[in-house]
Structures are given as structure tokens and as C-alpha cells.
Design a protein around this ligand. Sequence first.
Ligand code: FEO
Length: 405
Amino acid sequence: MVENYNVIEVADSIFWIGANDRETDKFEGLLDLPMGVAYNSYLMRGEKNVLIDTVKSSFMDDFLHRLTGLLDSKPLDYVIVNHMEPDHSGSVDVIKRLYPDVKFVGNAKTVEMMKNFYGLEGCTIAVKEGETLDIGDRKLVFAFAPMVHWPESMVSYEPNLKILFSNDIFGGFGALEGGIFDDEVNFDWTVYETMRYYVNIVGRYAKPATKALEKVRKLDISMICPSHGPVWRSDIDKIIGLYEKWSRQETDEGVVVVYGSMYGNTKLASDAIARSLSMSGINPVQIYDVSRSNISFITTDIWRYSGLILSCCTYNMELYPPMAGLLRLLANKNMTGRHIGLCGTYSWAGAALREMSEFVEKSNGGWTLVGPTIEIKSRPTSADIEQCRMLGKNMAEIVKNKHSK
Ligand code: FEO
């Protein structure tokens, strides 16, 4: 047995040897990581030694130390490459140099990507949907999960112990803080970070995710080992049910107000709308300054709640750039079934309201507009503030009605 820290046996001869990254500020260069992120890798020791996914290359040293220690001069026979994004495949080329006879198991798309990313050829095995890999005293069955998160994504199932290695699916942000199982961590915070991962990484592919979940539902599962976040073992149904809810785009009662303001005038209008929402019985009202809050938190709450108010100024005869960026991301995520209210401001040439209205029109009914639609010149007048109160009241009524059924 290796003398090491952080070798954790999650099940009989299955070891977590992943990495906790508390150094990267933004995942994919875009999404804030206030509490880091874990790259989970699992070693199955037995007649054949099998590694399930690897870690990001910058965290390889400690990972390889544990891998080689656990194998103790025995060969590594297979590496299962469930997903090629480099946070999971980043160490495969070094593993190939350490274990020249190892075979990398993926699908036809994985094989192509292994060549494109790492120049690895002739050492890959392409499995088909439902195919079984015999690994001596165990076996692994593979199911494809295209677009959750990339086209080659797949999951691996160990039927003897009923363990699903789900890669990005059921994964969440946050480095592991001592606890590795869901019953050892702050569950509510973990669910939030799992939803933030879902919305920002998988959300665009809600339909493929639903199909993948239909496959998962057919399996008898005692443990889910994802590639980020904790291992799920205490309430498998709960996490699968939450994932199904997010994939169906089911929302909770609540309204998000996102504003972009340079000198505080648009903020004034936004605060008036938020106050009206609250006085009309909406709780929570989540308010974000689009220039200051990381987009990953804003999109997560927009995904979660039924109502959205966008309130924004005009900038150089266009929509204020941070709001334009948010709208572009929201359009990319194909969100449906939510209500939206708009308030645009300008001083001499209005563009904010026009561009936000175009966003709603282009959603093809994904977003349902709630009035009044407001356009304010320079600083809100008493009449403008009254319109803001009306918008808040109308939105509150619609959202509350939706959730009272
Ligand atoms: Fe965790 Fe799509 O990589």
C-alpha cells in the first residue's frame, strides 16, 4: 500500500485519486471558482487495473504519485476516457509514457480526439453503445451521453457493485474539503454548486441530458462517482431527480433582477422594480449588477426562477456590453418557459430596450414578455417609477399564479 495522503477507498478496491484545485480562479477561463473544483479520478485494482478518467495536467504530480504507489509496479491495463475535455483527459499522454502497454477506452469520437489533442494512436479501443469490457474479476458497461458535455461523452457502469462513473453528469464545482461522500459535505451548498455546474456546463444541452438520464434511470445504482464534486451514495434518487428537474427546465417561485447601470439611474429603476416584487409577495428576489457578479451565478438563478427582469442602460448607441454578453449566453442556453420584463434607459439615443426586445422576440416564445415595457430618458421620473412598480406587480402576479397551480 502506498504511503500517502488522499488515497481514499470509495468501494471495494476502488480508490479516489483525484485532485483538488484551489488555485484556478475561473473554470474554462469564464466561471468563478470561489471554493475551487475537484478533478475526480478513480483507480479500480484487480486482475486488471483500470483507471477511470485522469486529472487536469497541472495537477498531475500528486495524482501520478498516488497512481504509481497504488499499482506498486503492477501494470495499468486500461484507462477509461469518459470525456475528452482536458480537465479529465489532461494526463493521458504522460500515463502512456509511464505505462507504454496501456489501452485507452472510449468511443469512435474519443479515438479521433485522442489523436487530435495528444497525438495518441494505436493504443485506443473504441467501444459501442452498451458494450461490455471484461476486466477479469470485474466488468464495465458503457453508455453514450452525447453532448453531456461533449459529443464523445459517455458513462461507465460497474454492475457488480452497481457503481456509475458518470463524468460531468452529477458533477459540481467546489474542491473536496475532507469529505468525499455526499453525506460528509454541506449538502445544500453541494447541490447549489452542482446546479451551477449543470447550468453553465451542461445547460445548453438540456435535451441530450434528459436522454442520458433516461438511460441512467434504467440502471440499478448504489453509488455515483462523478468527475467533479462528491461521490453520491446517500440518496441517489434525490440527485437524479434534481438533475431531471433542471433538464426539464422546471422553475421555482422567485424573480431575478439583473441591471446594468453606469451612474445609478438605471439602478434606481431596478431597485423600484425589486421593491415592488417584494411587496407583491415574491421571495426570493435575487438582484444582480451585471458588471460585478460573475455570469455563472447570474445564469444559475435565471435557470432556477420563473421570472426575470432586465434593466439596462444604453452605451455608445448599443446595449451596455456586460448585458449584451449575458443575453448572448442566455440565447445560447435555449431557455424556455420563463417570463421576462424589460426596462431600458438612454440619454440621447435609445438602444438598450430595442436590443433587449429583439432578444425576447428571437427566443421564439421561450421567453414570455410581461408589461409594461419601460423606457426611461436620463433619470427616472415619478411616472417612470410608477411604471416600474407596475412591472414588479404584474410579474409577481404571473409568477405566483404559476406556482399556485
Ligand atoms: Fe469536466 Fe466537460 O469537463
